[in-house]
Design a binder for this molecule. Structure first.
Ligand code: SME
Length: 154
């Protein structure tokens, strides 16, 4: 995807989030637009931090067995603990990986932060190895910032 396309998608996501009636609607809009806009995003979901567990919210793709992930587990738990985006080019080579689908080859997890506090994270899987690069990171970190506002307003 070109930067121009990423920019157009971000504009659409910003509008969708702004038009959503509440935080749940904002998360659903973001998940839908990311899934539709990015063909290599096979699974798109948002986890919200509840206590010391990440709880699965809106998602599109095959149902995941990991609906609640303790902070110490998985790539999701690592991203929330480190408060930083994690890109894994080959999930089968990463011992932290919790399998969601046998077809998944790479993953990006982007924390949704409010200041220093983790509110949740965007989690995306691809069926291609090394599917996520700097353009995906830039797009998703901007979407995470928009979601932070939507989650904090409600
Ligand atoms: N792969 C994630 C678990 C979530 S599923 O991908 C939906 C992880 O390792 O934390």
């Amino acid at each position: 995807m070109t930067d121009m396309d990423s920019g157009q998608l971000l504009v659409a996501i910003r509008s969708g989030i702004a038009a959503a009636p509440n935080a749940g609607g904002a998360m659903k809009q973001a998940v839908q637009l990311l899934k539709d806009g990015m063909p290599h995003y096979a699974w798109v979901g948002i986890y919200l931090l509840e206590g010391d567990e990440l709880v699965l919210g809106p998602f599109l793709g095959k149902p995941s067995p990991h609906t609640r992930i303790p902070l110490g587990r998985g790539i999701c738990g690592a991203a929330a603990t480190e408060k930083a985006t994690i890109i894994v080019d080959d999930v089968n080579a990463d011992p932290r990986y919790l399998a969601c689908s046998i077809e998944t080859r790479s993953e990006i997890v982007v924390p949704i932060m409010n200041g220093d506090a983790v509110l949740g994270e965007i989690d995306i899987d691809s069926d291609q190895k090394a599917a996520f690069g700097p353009a995906d990171r830039a797009l998703l970190e901007q979407v995470a910032a928009l979601l932070s506002e939507a989650l904090s307003d409600s």
